[in-house]
Design a protein around this ligand. Sequence first.
Ligand SMILES: Cc1ncc(COP(=O)(O)O)c(C=O)c1O
Length: 374
Amino acid sequence: MKTQRIPVAFPDLTGREGEYVGKAIQSSWISSSGEFITRFEKEFASECGTRTSIGVCNGTIALHLALLGLGVRSGDEVIVPSLSFIATANAVRYVGAEPVFADVDPHTWCLSPTEIEAKITRRTRGIVAVHIYGHPADMDVINQIARVHGLWVIEDAAEAHFGRYRGRKVGSLAPISTFSFYGNKIITCGEGGAVAVSDENLEVRMRTLRGQGMDPSRRYFFPITGYNFRISNISCAILCAQLERKDKILARRRSIYQNYLGQLKDIPGIEFQPVAPWAELSPWLFCILVDPSSYGRSRDELMRHLDENGVETRPFFIPLHRLPPFREQSQLRGENLPVTDLLSERGMNLPTFPGLSDKDVEKITALVRDFRKV
Ligand SMILES: Cc1ncc(COP(=O)(O)O)c(C=O)c1O
């Protein structure tokens, strides 16, 4: 009998997701109005500690909307970490601005405050702080740098739902925070996103931009060029059901993290994601670093070995400053980001999702332990 492959992520849709989708369909509100949209935007804002949240089609669009809302435009520079998913930098390009890449801090894997300072130029307008692999960036320091230099800050919290920074909620740590609800995220609706915001002017501007730029008090009058960035009531039906079970989902993910930590702890050459004393990690995808000099095998060899044994993994992101759309500009700026390069070369994600059993974790960790070459 062929054993089942263990995927790296798998959505948990075992609550009222189907029932709520059915309700949305029965109500015939399947587009961008409906009770689940209102409910989700309110409940998610409360999870973020913001006055409101705005649902959009995905996390990339959430970033795009945030940048439009802040008035970023051609010729502007935006500082972003190079260790991120490409959407962070792509969104900057969508508004005609240029992403300038900064290195990450080895203690958080998020934007290093000193690196940010070194990248600020006359053209810098803002910073996108990514909470990478569920770890919050050092937001107080980043916000302070932004204040001193007159910059705005966005939190890219796509990977860090429900994380905390010094006891405060991820989502409330910058004027605008963006989220993704892609299928591998902690709460998901397949494709979806949101921006969390408290400032009323920003909210009105982003809601208008999301809805084709239409004046909310005058139908078919469009004072600005807007977009269709809306989310559907069906997607929000799924998200409402996900939110109902978020504590359960988080508890199971945390237990998987603990399990991995316990079972991998004494393997030479296998290192874990650091967690700053002020951080409460969002348990998204469990990370390890493979140091080939003490493990005896490279990260890629280990990934191949796991794959051959039915376990799917992911390598860390390729540094954004090395990717074709960005590398030329990056080279012109002389960017040198050694921490990002090292993490990208050694890092990988192990399967992490609520349906992963303790036995699965045992199988995966045994494969990692036994593959070491001494
Ligand atoms: C850090 C980060 N930002 C933005 C996104 C984009 O989100 P989406 O895939 O929903 O467009 C992702 C990924 O999924 C991400 O990991």
